[in-house]
Write a protein that binds this ligand. Structure first.
Ligand SMILES: Nc1ncnc2c1ncn2[C@@H]1O[C@H](COP(=O)(O)OP(=O)(O)OP(=O)(O)O)[C@@H](O)[C@H]1O
Ligand SMILES: [Mg+2]
Length: 270
């Protein structure tokens, strides 16, 4: 692992992987505070190379704070703990953050070194279905197309770790479903470790190998998605997992209410 350690207690040298367990990311005892309030309170999390982890949690639970720490984008924030993460990290945000004065291809290859940068950029745009739009301006693209450019820009760098903070949150439902398929195919091909922050429990189930729930500064649940067959709503296994995750988010579903009522009824029985 081409790792580098971040945080105030970093001790390991880059490139070392003492446990040799193939983890791409190891976070230990991570603390992040704002104005004395601990948002992340000694958080531990590992992500294997190739693994797709979805991070869910209530609004304000610290998901973006964790992602920014992992991306090394929070140098001004006070905190301790240790982060071992790969050198090659790409980040995708909810808005595509394209430079409006640069054409699509120039946005994708911005800062990319090597004589073949342009060819790689073109190939990445082909992968996200935007062949022929290389010379368009960002403003000429739809929201979904802009987000596809943002994905191309991330993947052309062949990241070992892809961080995504609600990348499809601003898209309509149909475009979001298409983007799920695209992201899954791209990840199967490029095999980065992924941490995807999402509000959408279905998005987490459809895409991830593991879903982790952030609550009160810790990982409150860490659930492997091991559904047999296609991950489609409607199967009992899917519904049970969805219900369980919503429970961790404090959302009451009819199934949970029904179970609680039936438990209460059985307690009342003489
Ligand atoms: N720069 C900052 N200064 C002060 N407080 C901050 C800052 N960034 C985040 N916070 C606080 O930290 C907490 C966690 O914020 P964060 O953005 O990580 O939550 P989140 O889980 O991503 O929420 P959401 O789902 O709404 O995006 C919030 O209470 C937020 O107000
Ligand atoms: Mg957030």
């Amino acid at each position: 692992m081409a790792a580098h350690a971040r945080g105030l207690t970093a001790e390991r040298k880059p490139g070392e992987d003492p446990r040799g367990d193939g983890a791409a990311v190891r976070i230990t005892g991570l603390v992040r505070s704002f104005e004395g309030r601990r948002v992340l309170d000694g958080l531990d999390l590992s992500i294997d190379a190739d693994e797709f982890v979805a991070l869910i949690g209530r609004s304000g639970s610290g998901k973006s704070t964790l992602l920014r720490a992992l991306a090394g984008l929070d140098h001004e924030v006070e905190g301790t703990g240790r982060i071992d993460a790969p050198e090659q990290v790409s980040v995708v945000f909810q808005d595509a953050r394209l430079l409006p004065w640069k054409r699509v291809l120039d946005n994708v290859v911005l800062g990319l070194a090597g004589a073949d940068a342009e060819e790689r950029g073109r190939a990445a745009l082909r992968e996200v279905g935007l062949e022929g739009r290389e010379r368009a301006w960002p403003v000429e693209l739809s929201g979904g197309e802009q987000q596809r450019v943002s994905l191309a820009r991330s993947l052309v760098r062949e990241p070992e770790l892809l961080l995504a903070d609600e990348p499809f949150g601003a898209l309509d439902a149909l475009t979001r479903i298409r983007m799920h398929g695209l992201l899954r195919r791209l990840c199967e091909r490029h095999r980065p470790a992924v941490l995807l922050v999402t509000h959408d429990v279905d998005e987490a189930i459809v895409l991830a190998d593991r879903v982790v729930v952030l609550d009160r500064g810790h990982i409150a649940a860490d659930i492997t998605v091991d559904l047999a067959g296609p991950r489609r709503p409607g199967t009992p296994e899917y519904a049970a997992l969805r219900d369980r995750l919503l429970g961790h988010l404090g959302v009451e579903t009819p199934a949970r209410q029904e179970r609680a009522e039936s438990k209460a009824r059985s307690r009342e029985k003489p």
